[in-house]
Design a protein around this ligand. Structure first.
Ligand SMILES: [Zn+2]
Length: 230
């Protein structure tokens, strides 16, 4: 497999796809994982990372606007976080692929897990609990006093740090890997695709990331083979 710090081509105007059933899979699916290397990369710069995070529901619109403005002031830092996002995507892809095939106890799996745990430790340093709504009023969605008294998970520096969108993705990935949903992880069977999804189909036999891309391609490939043979 070729190194994953650069891609062979970028498609910065192509819409993001959210077909993975989980934010970790959707991050993996921002690029095509060909044997010759990464291709058709939708994550072309920091701005696209922010856009992806917003569309994935990781950050809200206001946070995205703040991050875009902050990136203009600190372009070198934004570039660094862009590279960190690619690294995260690479680690998550290796981990989900291996977790889905239950071979995490190989040396490749151990390496992927060690790389991920390093990212997790750094992200968790930012996690904190905040007191319930400081205004003294219950939040509007709190139906009971108990809910109103509940503390809130937050990320320290979420408003200012350019790498803030990565932390919830890392945390969500950790939660996925520690859940029974791991058994539903699949890698698309399409040749040179590498997209990952949670198979929620009733019979558990979903084979493609998307029917209209890999599924169709595979069907026409088989048809051509049959015609050649016939
Ligand atoms: Zn596919």
């Amino acid at each position: 497999m070729a190194p994953h710090d650069v891609s062979r081509s970028y498609i910065p105007h192509e819409p993001f796809r959210f077909i993975g059933g989980h934010v970790a899979a959707d991050l993996v699916n921002t690029v095509t994982w060909e044997r010759a290397g990464l291709d058709r990369d939708r994550l072309s710069d920091y701005g696209r990372v922010v856009q992806w995070a917003e569309e994935a529901g990781v950050i809200d619109r206001a946070a995205a606007a703040r991050l875009r403005a902050a990136a203009l002031v600190r372009p070198a830092k934004a570039e660094k976080v862009y590279r960190a996002s690619r690294h995260l995507r690479d680690v998550v892809q290796r981990l989900l692929r291996l977790a889905g095939t239950r071979i995490l106890d190989t040396s490749e799996g151990e390496r992927a897990l060690a790389d991920f745990n390093e990212l997790l430790a750094r992200a968790l340093k930012r996690m904190r609990l905040d007191a319930p709504a400081t205004s003294g009023h219950a939040p509007p969605d709190a139906s009971t006093q108990e809910e109103a008294n509940a503390l809130a998970w937050n990320w320290e520096g979420a408003d200012s740090r350019l790498d803030a969108p990565l932390w919830p993705v890392i945390w969500a990935t950790a939660q996925l890997l520690a859940s029974p949903d791991v058994a539903q992880l699949r890698v698309c069977e399409g040749v040179d695709c590498g997209w990952i999804y949670l198979d929620h189909s009733r019979n558990g036999l979903r084979r493609w990331c998307e029917m209209q891309t890999c599924g169709t391609r595979e069907k026409s490939r088989r048809r051509a083979e049959r015609q050649k043979a016939g």
